[in-house]
Design a protein around this ligand. Structure first.
Ligand code: HEM
Length: 151
Protein backbone atom coordinates (compact mmCIF):
# COMPACT_ATOMS: atom_id res chain seq x y z
CA UNK A 1 0.00 0.00 0.00
CA UNK A 2 2.81 2.38 0.97
CA UNK A 3 4.60 1.46 -2.24
CA UNK A 4 1.50 2.34 -4.24
CA UNK A 5 1.15 5.67 -2.43
CA UNK A 6 4.78 6.45 -3.14
CA UNK A 7 4.36 5.51 -6.81
CA UNK A 8 1.30 7.74 -7.04
CA UNK A 9 3.16 10.63 -5.41
CA UNK A 10 6.02 10.20 -7.88
CA UNK A 11 3.60 10.16 -10.78
CA UNK A 12 1.74 13.25 -9.52
CA UNK A 13 5.01 15.13 -9.02
CA UNK A 14 6.20 14.19 -12.52
CA UNK A 15 2.88 15.27 -14.01
CA UNK A 16 2.92 18.59 -12.18
CA UNK A 17 6.48 19.20 -13.40
CA UNK A 18 5.64 18.31 -17.00
CA UNK A 19 2.61 20.60 -16.97
CA UNK A 20 4.64 23.51 -15.63
CA UNK A 21 7.00 23.37 -18.65
CA UNK A 22 6.12 25.75 -21.49
CA UNK A 23 4.97 23.87 -24.58
CA UNK A 24 6.87 26.17 -26.90
CA UNK A 25 10.23 27.78 -26.47
CA UNK A 26 9.90 31.35 -25.24
CA UNK A 27 10.33 33.58 -28.28
CA UNK A 28 12.16 36.84 -28.57
CA UNK A 29 9.41 39.41 -28.41
CA UNK A 30 6.53 40.29 -30.68
CA UNK A 31 6.84 39.48 -34.37
CA UNK A 32 8.08 42.19 -36.69
CA UNK A 33 5.93 43.20 -39.66
CA UNK A 34 8.28 41.39 -42.04
CA UNK A 35 8.12 38.25 -39.87
CA UNK A 36 4.31 38.30 -39.99
CA UNK A 37 4.34 38.51 -43.80
CA UNK A 38 7.08 35.89 -44.04
CA UNK A 39 5.14 33.45 -41.86
CA UNK A 40 2.13 33.71 -44.16
CA UNK A 41 4.32 33.47 -47.24
CA UNK A 42 6.14 30.44 -45.83
CA UNK A 43 2.88 28.53 -45.37
CA UNK A 44 1.76 29.24 -48.94
CA UNK A 45 5.22 28.46 -50.33
CA UNK A 46 5.37 25.10 -48.58
CA UNK A 47 1.98 24.15 -50.05
CA UNK A 48 3.02 25.39 -53.50
CA UNK A 49 6.24 23.37 -53.51
CA UNK A 50 4.28 20.19 -52.95
CA UNK A 51 1.89 20.69 -55.86
CA UNK A 52 3.54 22.97 -58.40
CA UNK A 53 4.37 20.07 -60.75
CA UNK A 54 0.74 18.98 -60.82
CA UNK A 55 -1.06 20.68 -63.74
CA UNK A 56 -4.39 19.52 -62.32
CA UNK A 57 -3.85 21.88 -59.38
CA UNK A 58 -2.89 24.97 -61.38
CA UNK A 59 -5.94 27.00 -60.35
CA UNK A 60 -5.14 26.42 -56.67
CA UNK A 61 -1.43 27.00 -57.30
CA UNK A 62 -2.23 30.40 -58.82
CA UNK A 63 -4.02 31.36 -55.60
CA UNK A 64 -0.97 30.34 -53.57
CA UNK A 65 1.28 32.37 -55.87
CA UNK A 66 -1.04 35.39 -55.42
CA UNK A 67 -0.74 35.02 -51.62
CA UNK A 68 3.06 34.79 -51.86
CA UNK A 69 3.15 37.93 -54.02
CA UNK A 70 0.98 40.01 -51.70
CA UNK A 71 3.09 38.91 -48.69
CA UNK A 72 6.28 39.87 -50.53
CA UNK A 73 4.80 43.26 -51.45
CA UNK A 74 3.85 43.83 -47.82
CA UNK A 75 7.28 42.70 -46.55
CA UNK A 76 8.95 45.10 -48.99
CA UNK A 77 7.32 48.08 -47.25
CA UNK A 78 9.25 47.48 -44.03
CA UNK A 79 12.83 47.60 -42.82
CA UNK A 80 14.62 44.41 -41.73
CA UNK A 81 15.56 44.24 -38.04
CA UNK A 82 19.18 43.73 -39.05
CA UNK A 83 19.30 47.35 -40.32
CA UNK A 84 19.52 48.56 -36.71
CA UNK A 85 22.77 46.59 -36.24
CA UNK A 86 24.41 48.27 -39.23
CA UNK A 87 26.50 51.43 -38.88
CA UNK A 88 24.22 54.42 -39.39
CA UNK A 89 26.04 55.43 -42.58
CA UNK A 90 25.20 52.05 -44.20
CA UNK A 91 21.59 51.76 -43.11
CA UNK A 92 19.91 53.57 -46.01
CA UNK A 93 21.86 51.54 -48.58
CA UNK A 94 21.12 48.30 -46.71
CA UNK A 95 17.37 48.97 -46.79
CA UNK A 96 17.50 50.04 -50.46
CA UNK A 97 19.31 46.77 -51.29
CA UNK A 98 16.66 44.80 -49.39
CA UNK A 99 13.87 46.47 -51.36
CA UNK A 100 15.69 45.90 -54.65
CA UNK A 101 16.11 42.20 -53.80
CA UNK A 102 12.46 41.99 -52.91
CA UNK A 103 11.61 43.49 -56.33
CA UNK A 104 13.71 40.77 -58.01
CA UNK A 105 11.87 38.19 -55.92
CA UNK A 106 8.49 39.65 -56.97
CA UNK A 107 9.66 39.63 -60.62
CA UNK A 108 10.26 35.86 -60.36
CA UNK A 109 6.85 35.42 -58.75
CA UNK A 110 5.28 37.13 -61.79
CA UNK A 111 7.19 34.78 -64.11
CA UNK A 112 5.95 31.84 -62.05
CA UNK A 113 2.39 33.07 -62.34
CA UNK A 114 2.77 33.34 -66.16
CA UNK A 115 4.24 29.82 -66.37
CA UNK A 116 1.31 28.35 -64.44
CA UNK A 117 -1.20 30.25 -66.56
CA UNK A 118 0.50 28.78 -69.66
CA UNK A 119 0.29 25.30 -68.08
CA UNK A 120 4.09 25.06 -68.30
CA UNK A 121 4.60 23.10 -65.11
CA UNK A 122 8.23 22.24 -65.82
CA UNK A 123 9.06 25.97 -65.97
CA UNK A 124 6.91 26.57 -62.89
CA UNK A 125 8.86 23.94 -60.97
CA UNK A 126 12.15 25.51 -62.01
CA UNK A 127 10.97 29.00 -60.95
CA UNK A 128 9.78 27.65 -57.61
CA UNK A 129 13.29 26.27 -56.98
CA UNK A 130 14.70 29.69 -57.86
CA UNK A 131 12.40 31.31 -55.29
CA UNK A 132 13.67 28.79 -52.72
CA UNK A 133 17.25 29.77 -53.57
CA UNK A 134 16.31 33.46 -53.19
CA UNK A 135 14.93 32.70 -49.74
CA UNK A 136 18.34 31.33 -48.73
CA UNK A 137 20.37 34.26 -50.09
CA UNK A 138 17.77 36.82 -48.92
CA UNK A 139 18.02 35.50 -45.38
CA UNK A 140 21.82 35.31 -45.51
CA UNK A 141 22.02 38.98 -46.56
CA UNK A 142 19.11 40.64 -44.71
CA UNK A 143 17.92 38.54 -41.76
CA UNK A 144 19.41 38.66 -38.28
CA UNK A 145 21.49 35.48 -38.08
CA UNK A 146 20.71 34.80 -34.42
CA UNK A 147 16.95 34.59 -34.93
CA UNK A 148 15.28 31.22 -35.35
CA UNK A 149 12.65 30.88 -38.03
CA UNK A 150 9.56 30.42 -35.92
CA UNK A 151 6.99 28.61 -37.96
C1 HEM B 1 9.99 31.62 -50.49
C2 HEM B 1 10.67 32.60 -49.97
C3 HEM B 1 10.76 32.93 -48.50
C4 HEM B 1 10.22 32.29 -47.42
C5 HEM B 1 9.38 31.02 -47.40
C6 HEM B 1 10.62 33.05 -46.24
C7 HEM B 1 10.29 32.71 -44.94
C8 HEM B 1 10.70 33.41 -43.82
C9 HEM B 1 10.42 33.01 -42.46
C10 HEM B 1 9.65 31.75 -42.04
C11 HEM B 1 10.96 33.97 -41.65
C12 HEM B 1 10.94 33.98 -40.11
C13 HEM B 1 9.66 34.58 -39.64
C14 HEM B 1 9.50 34.53 -38.12
O1 HEM B 1 10.51 34.49 -37.41
O2 HEM B 1 8.36 34.52 -37.66
C15 HEM B 1 11.59 34.96 -42.49
C16 HEM B 1 12.22 36.10 -42.02
C17 HEM B 1 12.83 37.04 -42.82
N1 HEM B 1 12.92 37.00 -44.20
FE1 HEM B 1 12.12 35.59 -45.43
N2 HEM B 1 11.37 34.12 -46.63
C18 HEM B 1 11.49 34.09 -48.00
C19 HEM B 1 12.17 34.98 -48.81
C20 HEM B 1 12.83 36.10 -48.36
C21 HEM B 1 13.53 37.05 -49.22
C22 HEM B 1 13.65 36.93 -50.74
C23 HEM B 1 14.03 38.03 -48.41
C24 HEM B 1 14.83 39.27 -48.75
C25 HEM B 1 14.75 39.92 -49.89
C26 HEM B 1 13.63 37.70 -47.03
C27 HEM B 1 13.93 38.46 -45.92
C28 HEM B 1 13.61 38.12 -44.62
C29 HEM B 1 13.95 38.94 -43.47
C30 HEM B 1 14.71 40.25 -43.50
C31 HEM B 1 13.47 38.25 -42.33
C32 HEM B 1 13.61 38.72 -40.86
C33 HEM B 1 12.46 39.62 -40.45
C34 HEM B 1 12.87 40.97 -39.90
O3 HEM B 1 14.02 41.39 -40.02
O4 HEM B 1 11.97 41.66 -39.34
N3 HEM B 1 12.91 36.52 -47.06
N4 HEM B 1 11.41 34.61 -43.79
Amino acid sequence: MIKMKRAFLCFATALAFACSQPLVKADDGPKTEIEQSMDKMSKAFRALRKQVADAGKNAESLQLVATIKSCAEEAKKHTPELAADKPEADRTQFTADYKKRMDEFIGLIDQLSDAIKANDNAAAQNLTSKLGAMQKTGHKDFKKPDKDEKK
